[in-house]
Design a protein around this ligand. Structure first.
Ligand code: GLC
Length: 722
């Protein structure tokens, strides 16, 4: 139901607005860059990207750039929102024009990509998802909102909850990995963190769940590529996280760039009206992705931008981010009778509504330069960033207890990433500043650790001879993941592998710290390197958090939320796969590759600890409308630790074949050395249902296998009959 609270004020305002002012509310623009270059900034970027100009020429031209905020359009009531304004002074200056110099004084809505922190950059979402901790995800979302709103942001284009099963896709870095339950829990927690308990509070930031829908299923892991799948799969494996975010209160939705079965999400009435509005009852705002309305021409859906505007608005796309399609054509489309004015009224009403909900009409200036100065990078927010980074790291290997390092260990550190502060933020950290980030080398210096550092392996033998342990900081640059960063080869670079081989050849213990925004194909590391810590891109507290784990001040507990294949040729590779009639195995005629193992190098849910855990007393029974599962977990090692207990099921005989494992519950438990706890899961039958051939929802019946353990290969199992 629409929010009754503001309806009267919205309708009164709408009745006073001209058609041009209503269309103006649907226009979101960003500052344009103008300077001594006669092409658009995007074109200038492309010219550098494809080599028509050098980086130096690009930088020189950028030196002439000024930001054009289109104030005249704003004064004329032709702008309702800005994207990418990240400072209080500019936001308040533009807001003042909107409130005091336009005919109706309708305040602006400021949107920004606050994906994993604003100035206090926390680990990339794929990393943070490895904490399997909704309370943490909410907490970092709250820190992000407090900083971003202090800088004038009202709405973030997050959380991104696109289930991603293909490591080639660069944007796998931006969500919670390959599992539908984890993405749902991650997104719902982030919405709560961003929005807080009252959207009208100055530190509340509206959440915009994206990218609706199934952007992570792009064919071949290539960004923006087609998504073509059965409705069964769409609903069972990709749609639930968006619904979870809407149920958690998200006030905006961003449709995805991709098509679904041939109809671009941007102009897809089935998606944006039948499902989002009618079936799910969403009453918030729908904001396009950047330039996406105009790109319906490139998709081949429409002949021109005017037709794109027509189809998009009629499909339920409300605010136009940066394509100017509505600004250029919508007034004419209404005046010509091709688009009913009520369609524009509904869209404009949703824009006004979110502005009322955010308190912008009563309090358009929700921040100040003074608040902004005091809000950034506080000790408290850095502590949260460090906690998130530590909990996001995954200990992949630790032979001969190389880790944790002894406090007085002499360390030889190698690799540019050990000292590169800017690389620690990862993709989509547009508010970040490299100087805010702590590198490994910097953290070593701050702690008085005995270390020697070589960026490029120079003096390797000399350093190795006077070191107890050698640490290689290798992996991906942050530019190698995120948007428009799909990779056809997900192995480590030649230099990284050469460095690791040289370090191993010294005979000294070697530990690798991996920095990456996606699962990498690292079979050689897995086979030969005795210790591997997956650090991802950990944010501002990278170095401190990495040393906390390397020196055992914190016992790592992270578990992978995306599968690490042995080779890119296996992608997409994921745990919740179906069995086939000839599941991969030793004999020839089974489903596998001749030149790659059947099992991944590291599976979903996997992660080691400095202690060990044992599972026992698994019980599963059907009571009422649910399956009750209980298991005892014991810390069988010599130090306290946290274990992420995972509960999977398999519907072994169904009307449509079901995945061999599906995560249906998880809980992180803290166990002192020697301690045992019982962990219980309750799985409602509704969560076991699925779609049959005719898209009828059917219950799980017959044999249900239940698996509980520390990763998706859990062997402790029970079988019940439902
Ligand atoms: C980008 C991304 C989207 C982001 C938007 C605004 O193209 O697809 O996730 O929120 O533009 O920057």
């Amino acid at each position: 139901m629409k929010m009754k609270q503001y309806e009267q004020r919205i309708q009164t305002l709408l009745s006073n607005m001209t058609l041009e002012e209503k269309v103006g509310q649907l226009q979101q623009c960003g500052p344009s860059l103008v300077g001594a270059f006669d092409v658009s900034f995007d074109e200038l970027l492309n010219m550098m990207f494809d080599g028509r100009i050098t980086k130096e020429e690009f930088d020189r031209l950028m030196g002439t750039a000024q930001q054009d905020f289109h104030e005249e359009d704003l004064r004329a009531g032709r702008i309702g929102s800005y994207n990418g304004i990240g400072d209080a002074a500019t936001a308040n200056r533009l807001q003042k024009i909107a409130v005091e110099e336009t005919r109706l004084g309708i305040p602006l809505l400021f949107g920004y990509d606050v994906i994993h922190g604003f100035r206090t950059v926390t680990p990339i979402p794929l990393a943070e998802s490895c904490a399997w901790e909704p309370a943490l995800w909410e907490k970092t979302g709250r820190v992000a909102a407090e900083e971003a709103t202090a800088a004038g942001v009202h709405l973030t284009f997050a959380p991104m909850v696109d289930v991603a099963k293909d490591a080639r896709w660069g944007r796998i870095s931006e969500g919670a990995g390959e599992d539908v339950l984890l993405n749902s829990a991650y997104g719902a927690a982030k919405v709560k963190g961003f929005q807080g308990d009252d959207l009208s509070k100055p530190d509340a930031m509206a959440a915009c769940v994206k990218h609706f829908a199934a952007y992570g299923a792009g064919e071949a892991g290539r960004d923006y590529n087609r998504v073509d799948m059965s409705m069964q799969r769409l609903w069972e494996e990709y749609m639930p996280p968006y619904k979870a975010c809407i149920d958690s209160g998200a006030r905006a939705v961003m449709p995805a760039f991709n098509d679904i079965n041939g109809v671009p999400c941007t102009a897809n009435p089935w998606l944006l009206r039948d499902i989002l509005r009618e079936k799910w009852g969403f009453d918030g705002l729908v904001i396009s992705d950047s330039n996406a309305i105009a790109e319906c021409v490139d998709h081949g859906l429409v002949e021109d931008k005017r037709d794109a505007a027509k189809q998009a608005i009629q499909a339920g796309m409300e605010m136009d981010m940066s394509s100017n399609s509505y600004a250029e054509y919508l007034k004419n489309l209404v005046e010509s009778g091709e688009v009913p004015e009520r369609v524009v009224d509904e869209a404009a009403a949703d824009v006004l509504r979110i502005k009322f909900e955010l308190g912008l009409f009563d309090n358009p200036y929700q921040t100040s330069e003074e608040r902004e100065r005091g809000a950034m990078l506080t000790e408290g927010s850095r502590a949260v960033a460090r906690e998130a980074a530590v909990k996001s790291m995954v200990l992949l290997k630790n032979e001969n207890h190389i880790l944790p390092l002894k406090a007085d260990a002499r360390i030889g550190i190698f690799g540019a990433l050990a000292a590169d502060q800017g690389q620690m933020t990862g993709a989509w950290a547009i508010g970040a500043r490299p100087e805010d980030c702590v590198s490994i080398v910097e953290a070593c210096g701050a702690r008085g650790i005995s270390y020697q550092y070589s960026e490029d392996g120079k003096d390797l033998l000399k350093i190795a001879a006077s070191s107890d342990v050698l640490v290689a900081a290798i992996g991906e640059q942050k530019e190698e993941s995120g948007e428009a960063a799909s990779r056809a080869d997900i192995t480590l670079g030649k230099e990284d592998l050469a460095l690791v081989r040289d370090l191993l050849a010294t005979g000294k213990p070697v530990a690798v710290v991996l920095f990456n925004g996606r699962p990498l194909a690292i079979p050689e590391l897995a086979e030969h390197v005795p210790a591997i810590l997956e650090a991802w891109h950990p944010g501002v507290e990278a170095g401190s958090a990495i040393l906390d784990v390397l020196f055992g001040e914190v016992n790592p507990s992270g578990k992978l939320t995306a599968t690490f294949p042995a080779a890119v040729g296996q992608c997409p590779m994921y745990y919740a796969h179906i069995n086939t009639g000839r599941p991969g195995g030793k004999s020839k005629f089974t489903s596998k590759y001749l030149d790659a193992p059947v099992e991944p190098v590291y599976p979903f849910g996997y992660g080691l600890s400095y202690t060990t855990f044992a599972y026992d007393n698994l019980a599963a029974e059907q009571t009422g409308e649910a399956v009750h599962v209980s298991v005892s977990v014991t810390n069988t090692g010599s130090r306290d630790g946290d274990e992420i207990v995972q509960c999977y099921v398999q519907d072994a005989a169904a009307k449509r074949v079901r995945p061999v494992r599906q995560l249906k519950g998880f809980e992180k438990v803290s166990l002192r050395a020697g301690e045992t706890k019982t962990v219980d899961f309750v799985i409602p039958f509704a969560e076991l249902s699925y779609y049959d051939w005719n898209m009828e929802k059917v219950p799980c019946e017959g044999i249900l296998k239940v698996y509980v353990g520390g990763d998706s290969r859990a062997e402790l199992s029970r079988e019940i009959r439902i």
